[in-house]
Design a protein around this ligand. Sequence first.
Ligand SMILES: C[S@@+](CC[C@H](N)C(=O)[O-])C[C@H]1O[C@@H](n2cnc3c(N)ncnc32)[C@H](O)[C@@H]1O
Length: 242
Amino acid sequence: MGAMFHPDGPTFMELVQQALTSTEKGYDLIARKFDRTPFRTPDGMLEGMAKVIAEGGPVGSALDVCCGTGAALGMLRPLCRDRVVGVDFSQGMLDEAGRRLANAPGTARVELLRKNAFALDFDRAFDVVTSVGAFGHVEPKDEAPFLEGIFRALVPGGRFVFVTSEPPRWNTPAFWMAHGFNGVMRARNSVLKPAFIMYYLTFLWPEVRGLLERHGFRVEARRNVLPAPFQRGIVVVATRPV
Ligand SMILES: C[S@@+](CC[C@H](N)C(=O)[O-])C[C@H]1O[C@@H](n2cnc3c(N)ncnc32)[C@H](O)[C@@H]1O
């Protein structure tokens, strides 16, 4: 079977192989082809996020959690004065990010660090934290360490900015595809170790609001700020109170 999404993208068999290893090794395997999959966050979505971030005032430094090949880092760099940091646990993805960001617009220093998103060790270091295309990798048991690490990484008044949506209705193909995929992944993870953690329907609005508030954030939802075809997306701005 040939390439799935793009002539130079991963084949169906390569994606199956990815899902049969582990989350970290799976991304190492497809890193070189990742930008030619629909899993790389699209530029239109990033442009909408950039507008919301810029409206909130000047940014000294920003962190992107689960940065992958650097999609959000390329958007953040021109918005930042000092420093842009990307963390990911796949060295293969970080290497790709390094290559792609070498000539990215902006003057802020770019740092790429290999870290687990559930064990972040930054303290009041960033004005903005983003995470895109990654919440499917956060199981309920990891939500607390994930959000606590992000909260701690922000300066008081700093913002965690991400895109989500409302859950699909039960009578749409998206609903059944997402639940079907999640069922397959749960079955895979109950018989095969190490696990490959990737589930749809995570961090959805409005449930994510309560989750963020329980972790101390003040939460605002921005609608109608993303261009087509992402108009239904919601940009969430979760602020660490001063
Ligand atoms: C679907 S990719 C998204 C990459 C990029 N943010 C984007 O939107 O194009 C998910 C990324 O999350 C990383 N990841 C998953 N779980 C992680 C964890 N626990 N700690 C650090 N990185 C993680 C993977 O290595 C992968 O690079």
